[in-house]
Structure formats: structure tokens, C-alpha cells
Design a protein around this ligand. Structure first.
Ligand code: FAD
Length: 282
């Protein structure tokens, strides 16, 4: 099913982000993840991709096909274009088509520090029209608190509008811990002319090291309640994980009540997180 149709159905789609598991048997391991997700009946699952080949990201299409064919899950493959050539992108499209995948999240990817060898694609906006021409339903990334490398939020919004003009049919947001910041962003996006659905992505914090890494990578702000939870449970990893999932559930319940277009959970391949959020939303 095309993800644009999930939004058109008038419900608030709940979706889960997964990644190709590390190790020698990524598809076998992915089966364990999808077996936990299928009973939750998400609107779609997405599978990340990294051109740099970190972990098993080269297996994105295979893993997404497994979700679709073996578990009946609606799947979306991520695709990055930085360092890619037109030929390599067309090869990815062919592989996705061959696997029967209809949905692509078209991304630039992070610029590698020292190995930028191809310059054919500079931004996601260069990839989006190609994915549309290839017949896919195309999503793009957006950043409620601005992209980490862009200090000018007005320019960042302009770049988001350009992605919509290039053919993005929906947006999936970067993680955030402050719902008010996300809702202000939603207002600004609508005023700037974004008319396609925006689904809000949230990653529960599970440990202090994980949240520190995330905050530095994506520039999300840490509201006082999160800092207090981190301080309170710092020396109790199980309680901190629990508090992080509870906090994310509260964020989702609040966003659902605000009537946002969709909800996307960064589940880190842990189906219990998906189950907890699904339960909270019921
Ligand atoms: P772009 O939209 O191209 O933006 C990148 C930067 O360039 C921004 O700062 C933007 O403001 C700026 N910019 C855009 N257009 C212009 C212009 N014309 N002139 C000047 N500046 C411009 N990474 C992966 O490697 N694999 C994944 O699977 C993956 N999945 C993701 C899923 C989601 C939902 C999100 C939010 C991010 C994901 N990422 C993934 C991370 C993403 O690749 C990085 O955030 C990357 O740095 C930007 O990708 P983008 O598609 O948003 O890029």
C-alpha cells in the first residue's frame, strides 16, 4: 500500500522504524523483530539505509521485502543519495521494484567527513524527483528543531518546502523530546505552505549515553522533565529505560490528542517499545 493512501484514509497512522540488524544473518534476525511488530498492525514499517555500509544497511531492500512478504507489513525503504551516482540510484530503484516495494524515504544522508567521492547529488531535493519518476510513493525527512547542520530555521523551512515542491508526498520528522517545539514547527510548516502530511517521529531515551549521542547528532533540545528523569534514574538502568519509554508514550498520547497527521516510533529494533506505545495509544 502506498503510504500517501494511509494518510488519505483519515486515520492517524502509527508506524515503526527498524534497521537491518547487525551480524551475519540480518534477515533472520529481522524476522524476530517483524514477528513482534506484525500483531500490532502498524500502518507501515520503515527500514533504514546507509550508503556508507555501516552495520548491514546494504540489506535494506532484503529486510523490507521480508517484512512485506513474510509478515504482511506495509514497508518503506529508506534511501540516501550522498556519494551516490545516478546509476547506483537507478540500481537501488530496480532492486526495490523487483522486491515489490512501493514506498521510499528519500534522504540525502550525512556528509562523510573524508570520503565524498561522487558529487552528483547534493541534497535530498535532487533525489526526490527521480524517485517519483521511478513510480514510488516518496517521503522525506523534516526537522522540528531544525537540521543539526543548519542554524537558520527559516532557511531550513525553505529547504523543506523545496522538498515538497520536488515531489515529497509526506514527511517523517526527526526525533524530539519537546512536544511544544514540534507543534510550533507544525504551525510554521503550514504557514510556509507545507500541505502534505507530517508524521512525528519519537525515539524513547533508554540510557544516558544513548540520549547524549542522539542530542549531539540531531540537535534536539532536552526539556527540564527529561533532565530530571535522567538525573533521578541515572544509576538504575532498568528504571531509566522504563522512564524513557513512559515519557515517549506520554509524548505520543499528547500528540495524538492534538490531532497530528501521524505517529512514528523509532523502536531501535525492540518490539516491546512498539507494543508499549501501541497500548498507550489505545
Ligand atoms: P536535506 O533535505 O538535503 O538537508 C540536508 C541539509 O542541507 C539541511 O541542513 C538543509 O537545511 C540543507 N539544505 C537542503 N537544501 C539546501 C539547499 N538548496 N541549499 C543549502 N542548504 C540546503 N540517514 C541515513 O544515513 N540513513 C537513514 O536511513 C536515515 N533515515 C532517516 C529518517 C528520518 C525520519 C530522519 C529525520 C533522518 C534520517 N537520516 C538517515 C538522517 C539524514 O540522512 C540526515 O539528517 C542528513 O544529514 C540530512 O538528510 P535530509 O534528507 O534531511 O537532507
Amino acid at each position: 500500500m502506498r503510504i500517501s493512501d494511509c494518510f488519505a484514509a483519515g486515520v492517524q497512522p502509527l508506524s515503526f522504524e527498524t534497521f537491518p540488524p547487525k551480524g551475519d544473518l540480518p534477515v533472520d534476525q529481522a524476522r524476530n523483530v517483524f514477528a513482534g511488530l506484525a500483531p500490532l498492525d502498524p500502518a507501515f514499517v520503515s527500514v533504514t539505509y546507509s550508503a556508507g555500509g555501516s552495520g548491514n544497511s546494504g540489506r535494506t531492500v532484503e529486510v523490507a521485502q521480508c517484512a512485506k512478504d513474510e509478515f504482511g507489513l506495509n514497508a518503506m525503504a529508506h534511501l540516501t543519495c550522498i556519494n551516490a551516482t545516478r546509476e547506483s540510484i537507478q540500481a537501488q530503484f530496480d532492486a526495490m521494484r523487483g522486491a515489490g516495494l512501493e514506498n521510499v524515504l528519500a534522504l540525502r544522508g550525512d556528509v562523510p567527513a573524508d570520503q565524498l567521492v561522487n558529487h552528483e547529488f547534493k541534497y535530498a531535493v535532487d533525489l526526490i524527483p527521480l524517485a517519483r519518476e521511478a513510480g514510488f510513493c516518496v517521503g522525506a525527512a523534516c526537522y522540528p528543531e531544525g537540521h543539526a547542520a543548519c542554524l537558520d530555521t527559516v532557511a531550513d523551512m525553505r529547504h523543506m518546502v523545496a522538498k515538497q515542491s520536488a515531489g515529497a508526498q509526506f514527511f517523517v520528522s526527526q526525533l524530539f523530546f519537546d512536544n511544544q517545539a514540534a507543534l510550533r514547527f507544525l504551525d510554521r510548516a503550514r504557514h510556509a505552505g507545507i500541505s502534505v502530511p507530517i508524521t512525528f517521529g519519537i525515539m524513547p531515551f533508554l540510557s544516558k549515553s544513548q540520549i547524549t549521542r542522539m542530542v549531539f547528532m540531531c540537535g534536539a533540545s532536552l526539556p527540564a522533565p527529561v533532565v530530571k528523569l535522567l538525573a533521578r534514574w541515572e544509576h538504575d538502568p532498568a528504571a531509566l529505560r522504563q522512564a524513557g519509554i513512559d515519557y515517549a508514550c506520554q509524548q505520543f498520547v499528547d500528540l495524538a490528542a492534538q490531532g497530528v497527521d501521524g505517529l512514528h516510533v523509532y523502536i531501535m529494533n525492540q518490539p516491546d517499545i512498539a507494543a508499549r506505545v501501541t497500548e498507550a495509544l489505545r
